[in-house]
Design a protein around this ligand. Structure first.
Ligand code: PGA
Length: 251
C-alpha cells in the first residue's frame, strides 16, 4: 500500500471579489482547524491570492492559482507569471483545466509549457486531464487521456515531477451534477497510474496523487475516497461555501 496523503482542493473559478474571498477563507480556516489527515488547498481568482494567502498563514490551508503564463515577465498584457504568483504566497497552480482548454484555446502543448514554468518556480502543478462526453461515448477515453498526459509532461525530467498532482476531471461531470460512478473514477485512476508506471516506473506511479474532479460534494466524497487510486478531489461549485467544503475535507 502506498503512503499517498489525500489532497482536497477547491477551485473557486471566476467567483468571489476580494472581500468575499477573505470572508470565505476566514470561515474555512476555523472550520478545518485541527484537520491533519489531509492536505487542503484553495485556488481563488488571481485578484484575491495575496489576501487569501495572508489570511491562511500558519494554518493547514495552502493556496493555489488557477493558471500561469510560461513567460516569467515581458510585454504580455493580461498574463500572470510564476514569480508573480509565488510573490503572493501561493504554493500550487492548476494547469490545463478543461474550461481553459474549452474556452481559451489551451492545448496540450501550452499545458506542457505551463507545467515547465510551474516547476521552474517551485509551484506544485495540479495538472488537469479528462475526456468529453462525446469522447467517452466513442470509447476514446483512454486514448484521449494518454495524449493529454504524454504531451502535457513531454520532455520533463522525472526528478522534476516529484510534486506533480494529476486531477482527472471528466468534462461531462464538471458543474453538471453528474459524477462519474466510483467505479468509473477508479477505472480511470488505475489506468492513469498504470500508464505513469510504464513511463516513469513504479515508485513514481505509486507516489503520485491523482485527484478526482467533477460534481464532488459532501454526499459522494467518502465513496470516491474509498477507491484505492483516488487520492483526493478537485472541487468546484461545492468549494465556494466554507461549510460545504469543510464537510468534504472531513469526509
Ligand atoms: P465542479 O467543478 O465540482 O463544480 O463540477 C470541478 C472543477 O471544475 O474543478
Amino acid at each position: 500500500m502506498s503512503e499517498r496523503r489525500p489532497l482536497i482542493a477547491g477551485n473557486w473559478k471566476m467567483y468571489k471579489t476580494c472581500s468575499e474571498a477573505v470572508d470565505t477563507i476566514a470561515k474555512l480556516k476555523e472550520l478545518v482547524n485541527g484537520v491533519s489527515a489531509v492536505d487542503i488547498m484553495i485556488a481563488p481568482p488571481f485578484t484575491a491570492l495575496s489576501q487569501v494567502a495572508e489570511t491562511v498563514t500558519g494554518s493547514n490551508i495552502q493556496v493555489g492559482a488557477q493558471n500561469l503564463s510560461w513567460h516569467d515577465e515581458g510585454a504580455f498584457t493580461g498574463e500572470i507569471s510564476g514569480p508573480m504568483i509565488v510573490s503572493t504566497g501561493c504554493s500550487h497552480v492548476i494547469i490545463g483545466h478543461s474550461e481553459r482548454r474549452q474556452y481559451f484555446n489551451e492545448t496540450d502543448a501550452s499545458v506542457n509549457q505551463r507545467i515547465v514554468a510551474a516547476i521552474r518556480h517551485k509551484l506544485v502543478p495540479v495538472f488537469c486531464v479528462g475526456e468529453t462526453e462525446a469522447e467517452r461515448e466513442a470509447d476514446a477515453t483512454f486514448s484521449v487521456l494518454d495524449k493529454q498526459v504524454t504531451d502535457g509532461l513531454q520532455g520533463i525530467a522525472l526528478e522534476d515531477l516529484a510534486d506533480l498532482v494529476i486531477a482527472y476531471e471528466p468534462v461531462w461531470a464538471i458543474g453538471t451534477g453528474l459524477t462519474a460512478t466510483t467505479e468509473q473514477a477508479q477505472e480511470v485512476h488505475q489506468y492513469l497510474r498504470g500508464q505513469l508506471e510504464k513511463a516513469y516506473g513504479s515508485d513514481f506511479a505509486q507516489s503520485i496523487r491523482i485527484l478526482y474532479g467533477g460534481s464532488v460534494k459532501p454526499a459522494n466524497i467518502a465513496e470516491l475516497m474509498s477507491m484505492p487510486d483516488v487520492d483526493g478531489a478537485l472541487v468546484g461549485g461545492a468549494s465556494l461555501d466554507a461549510k460545504t467544503f469543510s464537510q468534504i475535507v472531513k469526509f
